[in-house]
Structures are given as C-alpha cells and as structure tokens.
Design a protein around this ligand. Sequence first.
Ligand SMILES: [Zn+2]
Length: 410
Amino acid sequence: MTLSNPWFIAALVGVLGVFHLEIIATFLNLGQFRHALPQRLKAIFTDETVQKAGEYAGKSAHLDLLRSTISVGALILVWWSGGFDWLQRWSAGWGWNSVQTGVGVIGLLMLVQNILSLPFDAYDTFKIEAEYGFNRTTPGTFIKDRLKGLLLTALLGGPLLALILWFFQTQVHAVLYTWLTVAGFSLVMAWLSPRLLMPLFLKFKPLTDGPLREALLALAARLEFPVVDVSVVDGSRRSSKANAFLSGFGKNKRIALFDTLIEKHSQEELEAILAHEIGHHKCRHVPQQLILGLLESGLMFYLLHAALQSPAFFQAFGVTGQPLGLGLVLFSILYQPASLLLGLLSSALSRRHEFQADAFARAACGSTPLIAGLQKLSLDHLTHPNPHALTVWLHYSHPPIGQRLAALEA
Ligand SMILES: [Zn+2]
C-alpha cells in the first residue's frame, strides 16, 4: 500500500474526488435558494413555497452529507487499518471454494451495508418525509419492504453473482460471457419486473369503468399504441408523491397510474401525462437506454478483468493474494469515478428524452394540460424550482421544471 502503486493513487483520488465533488454540488445547489427566481417561475412558486422547498432540500442534503461522510470515513478506516486483508484471511478459513467464498463475502458486505443504512433511511422516511407530509409508510411496511428486497436480492442476485464469479475463475473469455449473461438477465428482468416483482410491493387494480378509463384508452387508440390494461397502483400506502408508468413489450402494453396521481390531477392532465409516457415508447427511448447501459457494463467488465489480473490492484488495498469475490468489492470502490462519468452520459440522454416525450405529448394533447400537470407535480413534490447546473448535470434524469415549461411554451 504505497504511493508508488498507481491503483492505490487512482482509488484514493477517485474516492476523495467523488466525495468532494458531491459536497461542492450540494452547497452550490442549496445556495441557489438565496438567488431570486427567474420571472417565469415566480408566477408559479410563491415565496412561501420556495422557502419550504429550500428547507426540505436542506434537510435531505444534510442527511445525505452525513451518510456519505460516515461511509467514506469507514471505508478509509477499514482500508488503511488492513481490514480487507483481515476479511480475506478470515474468509479463507471457511474452507469453501473461491466461488462460494466470493458469494459469501459479497453477500455479507451487502448485508452489513444494508443494516448500516437502515437508521438513515428510517430518519429520511419517518422524520424528513413525514415532516413535509409525504410519508404514508408504517414501520411495519417499511421493515417488510426491506426484508422482501433483501430476499429478492439473494434469490435473483446470488445465482447471477455465482455464475459471474465462475466465469472469471474458469473462462478465458470471461468478459464476453459475463456481458452476455448480464444483458440476458436485464432483458428477463424488464419483462419479469412488472409481472412478478412489482406486485410483491404494490397492489395493482384495474381502473374502474368510467369516463377516465374511456378517455385514456381512446387516447392510446388515437396514438396507435396497443394498450391491453389500465391499472391503479396503491402508491398512497407509502408516499403521497405521485407517479405513472408504462410497461410491456410488443402488443401487450400496460399502463399503471398511482392512485395519488389520479387523486390530484384532472382528466385532461392525466391524458397529457399518459401521452408523455407513450411518447417515450414511440421515440424508442427504452431500447436506447438499454443499449447505453449494455455498452457501459461491457466497459466495466473489461476494466474489472484488467484489475483482477493485477497483483498490484490487490496490494493497493493491502490484500495478499488475488481473492476473486473480494476483488469485485475492491473494484467497485475503484470504479466510482468512472461510473459517475458514464452516469453523466445516461442522465444527459435521459433529459433529452424527457424533452422529446414532452414534445410528443404537446403534439397529441396541446401544451396547456401538460404545463398544468407539471406545475402541479412540481409544487406537490416541493421540487427545487431552480437547481444549480452542476447538480442537474450530475444527478437529474429529468430537466428542471423551468426548462421543461420553457420548451413547452416555445
Ligand atoms: Zn418522462
């Protein structure tokens, strides 16, 4: 573990660089609340709303900063005190083969991380979200959701991880096989998720017959979009925040609207929101994001392969030998800055897609109902009216409200 090891320098610069960049972005973004709003937004956001949104953003940001400071501190402590080597020697004593040990080590670390994040998530849900009237989750549902999530990760992720470790252990073309397996897995999950996984967390009920159902189906028919089912999802059991989504391949599209969305929006606004979602499908945004994701994972597995081959990579973390499973964990530390950079690309693409879907909805329903719907969502969710460009760049999958309204009114 010396300064002459390039892996050590890269990991240290990466971890500290990402940490400090996030701090700078957070303070710039909160600082935006001290500046006057652009004229267009003044008409929508009252001073009182802006103040409330600022307090909400501040409390959430401070919790995130505390969380990341503790996790970076803990990482450096484990790293520099020889904790990774201790873990390697301890797990070698289990007497398992390298694939089993790898799954065990990664599973154990994920479990520890999950337990450590519990108080932060609970504070966020039951203190901050509750204070602003968003939370509707009970402690029972909160715990059950987490247990279900852990169980699903173990059942689906465990075998996948074992297969990936086995490829890296035994195959010369491990990168290619891993990449193809992950590509196949994401396709199966995209198909499986709305049918099997989401119903484990949310209740789907058919939207009752009536003018709203007729209007939505008529809109889908007019836009030549083959919808087989419109459902209502009981999002209100967890949060007052609203959402809409579409799923399905080919001629089996399903629309799902959160009950909270239906509660708060007029029929015209719901039609415009549906038109926006249909716009995403018509413009082929899903396959574009999928392809970008696959390119990214291909690059990641290639870099992972390079790291696992190098004894110096393991030495950078104080680990003797080249244990496979622990190698994956250490690589995830090193990969942070690359993942941030690639994330910029996919967020930028996603923001572009939002403008395209908005334009599609405007052509289908006119701009008025979508503008009204977006304003309402923005006010209801206390979104930052005027986020800083750096934060938008780093984290926003949707353009800020001001930019979307400007594009719709243009
Ligand atoms: Zn969208």
